[in-house]
Write a protein that binds this ligand. Structure first.
Ligand code: WTA
Length: 652
């Protein structure tokens, strides 16, 4: 069997944490030992029968399916012929029963303002906005771009899109005008919903002016709807721009949910890949909703009395699946917070948990590491005893952060549900069941029932534990991406060409003797910075578009807080002076083209980049240099050894 190079199973963590006693009581959890065993047994016999059972138990269907799965690799159709509606499942069915006056959204703005929307109120607003969209000419299948802060109107707008079958494309509010323009035009969105601004770190940041810049020229955008949030004066373009509150005041609060095919496009969400152009990941209706609703119920053990808080921005997949859809579909109260974790003080998150009685808290390792640095005194000042379950997502969690989270935030009584998944998978794939699975700090443990995850070598053969390999999914699952918007070829090449009919995740992993999965991070040219995916190529193309730059290569280096820090190696054009001024200009260039999240931490100037004889940039060497490690690996194909020495700083 061929060994996979480059992936070493470095991590060895042997501590085991049993599920907390409070979860182990026979009827304490939604999925107790007995139910979990039954589900696992069914899923092992037939994933399709398992998912069909979940779909019947968790989702309301207007029309049943004729067939659970139609799988013509790499194209899957789930619940063939069935009809449903996501907003109906998140709202109407709760409103028809006792949950009508239960809080659906508890919202807190950064300045401290709060709003509570009951399921009944959210339903009315969603119907209104669905009618607003119709009034603007949005039809079934038309794409709507949402570029908004974390305010209830974002939830209203996305649910309204699902009500009428208009796929949304949410663009994170931190992306630049150019990034927004690219995403609007790739999706062909004719309507954009935005706000004048939002609050972050004590200041109002503008959004609408960015939309104006993104729509300059022929963008195809016909209407822009603007929520008044910051109150900053906004120029409004006549005929194109409308105030949200004015349109809403005139719209009816009745709107029947469209009975949509299970495979109707639900949303597009752009994510970084290994080329300069982001990929529009396409998700559809019935399978996605089944996947996120089932996993949320089982893994977060959602109960009617819970206050659930996921700190992710809705602009990322975590926010789509586990701030809104999977949570509201279960009739659970979801908390939304607009701003920064440390505004006005380092204890903002803990104060929110205490004031709202949050019982389930889902955040990212990078945030946990930030809080560790800020000091235990901040969480200790607050009563966090309402918490009963903690989750993490976005990147591997280091055991130190895990144990701190467990001890200081969870008071040693909360299970930690480390969830591995991706924009492409739609929902959680590998994670412990809180009442069942023994957890090990740093491991996402076992695949969810019905998910066939495996560690494979280059040839698609399973790698024996504890060796490392490529993380693959061997069978289709309901929340899987259905394609890359407008690019079937790239869809095949990116995910389905490494092995025939098997999904390639882009992650390296290994399993231990007990079958636990340990994710080793990305093995392609995608960096995970603070839990956000950024392609090295995207940053490189932003850098080389600067007129003073001849060539650039971008790699990640390990960072204690953000997981990865971006390092750029830049060769200036002849006659251009390298120095702090150029470095500043380049950082500004990246911010302008992509957004501040992609700004390189270090910029190192060099006369030339190390290349192989076939002119490929030697990224592994650059990664070693960036990390300050001794350059290992085969350097004999270096065209110019002096480059290596210069880059290492040997000449300083
Ligand atoms: C990484 C976020 C280790 C992984 C939901 C994956 C993780 C990428 C974990 C997807 C985890 C996510 N442990 N690594 N629990 N969760 N990742 O698309 O590299 O923003 O491929 O989806 O994040 O990032 P994305």
């Amino acid at each position: 069997m061929k060994r996979v190079p480059d992936i070493e199973s470095l991590l060895r963590e042997s501590r085991v944490f049993k599920p907390p006693a409070a979860f182990m009581q026979p009827r304490a959890a939604n999925w107790n030992r007995k139910t979990a065993r039954e589900q696992q047994k069914l899923a092992a016999q037939s994933p399709e029968r398992f998912w069909a059972k979940m779909a019947r138990e968790h989702i309301h269907w207007f029309t049943p399916w004729r067939k659970v799965l139609d799988w013509k690799p790499p194209f899957a159709k789930w619940f063939v012929g069935a009809r449903t509606n996501v907003s109906y499942n998140c709202l109407d069915r709760h409103v028809e029963g006792w949950r009508r006056n239960k809080a659906a959204i508890l919202w807190e703005g950064e300045p401290g303002d709060t709003r509570t929307l009951t399921f009944g109120e959210l339903h009315r607003q969603v119907c209104r906005f669905a009618n607003v969209l119709k009034g603007l000419g949005v039809k079934r299948g038309d794409r709507v771009a949402l570029y908004m802060p974390m305010i209830p109107e974002l939830a209203i707008a996305m649910l309204a899109c699902t009500r009428i079958g208009a796929p949304h494309s949410i663009v994170f509010g931190g992306f630049s005008a150019e990034a927004l323009r690219e995403r609007i035009s790739d999706a062909g969105a004719r309507v954009v919903v935005t706000a004048d601004g939002g609050y972050r770190r004590g200041e109002a940041f503008p959004l609408k002016p960015t939309v104006d810049r993104a729509c300059a020229g022929a963008s195809g955008v016909e209407s822009v709807v603007v929520v008044k949030r910051s109150g900053e004066p906004m120029p409004m373009r006549k005929g194109r721009d409308h105030w949200w509150h004015e349109l809403m005041a005139e719209a009816s609060s009745r709107c029947a949910p469209a009975k949509l095919d299970a495979e109707h496009p639900l949303f597009i969400l752009y994510t970084s890949g290994t080329t300069g152009k982001p990929k529009g990941i396409l998700h559809t209706t019935g399978g996605y909703l089944t996947h996120v609703t089932t996993t949320a119920k089982a893994l977060f053990d959602l109960r009617d009395e819970d206050v659930y808080w996921c700190t992710a921005d809705i602009g990322w997949i975590t926010g789509h699946s586990y701030v809104i859809y999977g949570i509201l579909a279960n009739g659970t109260t979801t908390l939304m917070y607009e701003g920064a974790p440390t505004t006005p003080g380092p204890d903002r998150f803990w104060s929110i948990i205490e004031r709202h009685g949050v019982s389930i808290f889902y955040t990212a390792p990078t945030a946990i590491r930030t809080f560790i640095r800020l000091g235990d005194e901040h969480p200790k000042r607050h009563d966090l005893t309402s918490l009963r379950l903690l989750g993490t997502v976005g990147e591997p969690i280091n055991p130190e952060a895990w144990t701190w989270y467990h001890r200081v935030i969870g008071g040693r009584r909360c299970p930690i549900v480390d969830t591995w998944w991706q924009t492409e998978t739609g929902g959680i794939m590998i994670a412990p069941l809180p009442a069942v699975t023994d957890t090990r700090p740093g491991s996402a443990t076992h695949p969810f029932p019905g998910i066939d995850a495996a560690v494979l070598d280059d040839d698609g053969a399973p790698v024996a534990p504890p060796d490392g390999g490529f993380l693959a999914i061997r069978k289709p699952w309901p929340g899987m991406l259905r394609g890359i918007w407008g690019d079937r070829k790239r869809f095949r090449e990116t995910y389905w060409s490494k092995w025939k009919g098997l999904y390639f995740t882009g992650d390296g992993a290994h399993q231990d003797k007990s079958g636990n999965f340990w994710i080793m991070g990305r093995i392609d040219d995608v960096m995970n910075v603070s839990g956000h995916r950024i392609g090295t190529m995207e940053v490189e193309s932003a850098l080389v578009s600067h007129r003073d730059v001849a060539e650039a290569a971008v790699v990640g280096r390990p960072d204690e807080v953000t997981g990865t820090a971006i390092v750029a190696f830049v060769t200036p054009r002849a006659g251009i002076a390298a120095g702090p001024a150029l470095a500043d200009a380049l950082r500004a260039q990246v911010t302008r083209q992509i957004g501040a999240i992609a700004r390189p931490r270090d910029i190192r100037f060099t006369d030339a980049l190390p290349k192989t004889r076939s002119a490929k940039i030697m990224r592994r060497l650059l990664r070693d240099i960036a990390a300050g490690r001794e350059a290992v690996g085969d350097t004999t194909t270096l065209e110019d050894y002096t480059v290596l020495a210069k880059l290492r700083g040997d000449e300083d």
